[in-house]
Design a binder for this molecule. Structure first.
Ligand SMILES: Cc1cc2nc3c(=O)[nH]c(=O)nc-3n(C[C@H](O)[C@H](O)[C@H](O)COP(=O)(O)OP(=O)(O)OC[C@H]3O[C@@H](n4cnc5c(N)ncnc54)[C@H](O)[C@@H]3O)c2cc1C
Length: 413
């Protein structure tokens, strides 16, 4: 094989691309990984607050949003969270389970990147950073055994800046991720390539992201900035018991991030701010409080369960007079509980790709084989990881999709 010829050219050195390359090279395929960035796995490095929530032991299709919820099943079943964990253990990376099923490194996320780089080295993957991809084209001629060939034109960075090279590959794997965090190298390259080859790309939006609101609401929330509340957040039919955090730009925290994945313009976000109590139990708590501590001010009584700043804001926003409990009718107290159990908010949008953890939407799964991630229209062209319309919940699910989809393609490229 000539020096510029490869069995597999993977574009994107993130989790999905690296996993695909490792598996392909282990099968003896001459494999090249290209990335325009200066680092391998740059998103892994900033993930999970620097500790990388590298998988979730409970991952199943239930934890993913996609036009076709069944699409991710095959890859997830063949390369499971336990399989990735076995790799982590083999490399003696210390980890812990933070919440149900969420596995994080004890030390740094860089442990995961080092592990993947080591696996690449062991398998013989060639890694090239600073590579600007100028074009990907399918050659009119095929090989003698009928396989397709692709030509990838690359201009190099670093010492080789500007040097343009033409590479040839039997398989090209697009693993360039989504649009979130452009400052560390996210681009829409994968979507453009999909469109160039006639594949359908579904609309994309920033997800696992904070919510923004009308300027009036946002101003109020910014006064509560830094305050966090336990709640049951519901949007688009999915509910999450997590914390919500008030910020200068609106609402963030895990409850907001989780529900943002299920939000679409026009949908209401509902927060249950007394998630541990039923409506009846919450009403009873307040009415019993009125009987036992009749002279206490409403806001002071509520401070048993809420930070003072929040309850003052909430009572004012909903025009509840701050009077001693004895002076408030039971019906009014019940109305207050109703509002706290069903606080309806109308987000204006989400913060956007500069903060969002993922991109929802992407290459239509109808265009790909769920077993191999190969394009049905263009044999030899593969799409893995976040570029595909499979988006996981918060909690290690997105990396598991990157590993599983990369692994699945790696078996056949
Ligand atoms: C702040 C943050 C924290 C996160 N934390 C977690 C977490 O703890 N757990 C979890 O499961 N998920 C987390 N995620 C989501 C997770 O990082 C992604 O879903 C995952 O990295 C996707 O992997 P990927 O390989 O498909 O794409 P990426 O990791 O995005 O890799 C794509 C690669 O392609 C390269 N590339 C892009 N465009 C081009 C181009 N034009 N030419 C050449 N190369 C290109 C990029 O430089 C990049 O290296 C987090 C995301 C963010 C932003």
């Amino acid at each position: 094989m000539a020096t510029n010829e490869y069995d597999v050219i993977v574009i994107g050195a993130g989790g999905a691309g690296l996993m695909c390359a490792i598996e392909a090279a282990k099968r003896g395929r001459k494999t090249l990984v290209l990335d325009h960035g200066s680092k391998v796995g740059s998103k892994i490095l900033i993930s999970g607050g620097g500790r990388c929530n590298f998988t979730n032991l409970t991952a199943s299709s239930r934890n993913y949003v996609s036009e076709n919820r069944h699409f991710c099943k095959s890859a997830l079943a063949r390369f499971t969270p336990r399989d990735f964990l076995a790799m982590v253990q083999e490399h003696q990376i210390a980890y812990h389970e933070k919440k149900l099923g969420q596995l994080f490194c004890d030390g740094s996320a860089s442990n995961v990147v080092s592990m993947l780089v080591k696996e690449c080295e062991n398998a013989g993957v060639i890694l090239r950073l600073g590579a600007k991809i100028k074009s990907v084209v399918k050659l009119p001629n095929t090989t003698f055994d009928g396989a397709t060939l692709f030509e990838v034109t690359v201009s190099s960075g670093g010492a080789l800046t500007g040097q343009v090279e033409t590479l040839v590959g039997s398989s090209v794997v697009i693993a360039t991720g989504g649009l979130s965090i452009p400052k560390i190298g996210a681009t829409g390259f994968g979507y453009e390539i999909a469109k160039q080859f006639g594949l359908k790309v579904l609309p994309r939006s920033a997800a696992l992201d904070g919510f923004t609101f009308s300027s009036e609401v946002q101003k109020k929330f910014s006064e509560l900035s830094g305050l966090s509340l336990d709640c049951l957040a519901t949007c688009g039919g999915e509910s999450f018991r997590e914390n919500v955090l008030f910020t200068h730009s609106g609402l963030s925290g895990p409850a907001a991030l989780q529900t943002s994945l299920h939000w679409k313009p026009g949908l209401v976000l509902e927060l249950d701010l007394l998630p541990e109590l039923s409506v009846e139990a919450a009403e009873q708590w307040l009415i019993q409080g009125k009987q036992e501590r009749s002279q206490i001010l409403l806001s002071n009584f509520m401070k048993e369960k809420f930070p003072a700043r929040f309850i003052d804001f909430f009572c004012e926003a909903h025009q509840f007079e701050v009077k001693p409990l004895i002076e408030i009718q039971d019906k009014t107290l019940k109305d207050l509980i109703g509002l706290l159990k069903h606080w309806k908010l109308e987000p204006r949008g989400t913060v956007g790709y500069q903060k969002a953890e993922v991109t929802r939407g992407g290459v239509d799964t109808d265009e790909l084989s769920s077993k191999t991630l190969e394009s049905k229209k263009v044999p030899g062209l593969f799409f893995v990881g976040e570029v595909v319309d499979v988006t996981g919940w918060l909690g290690g699910y997105n990396f598991q999709w990157a590993w599983s989809s990369g692994w699945a393609a790696g078996q056949v490229v």
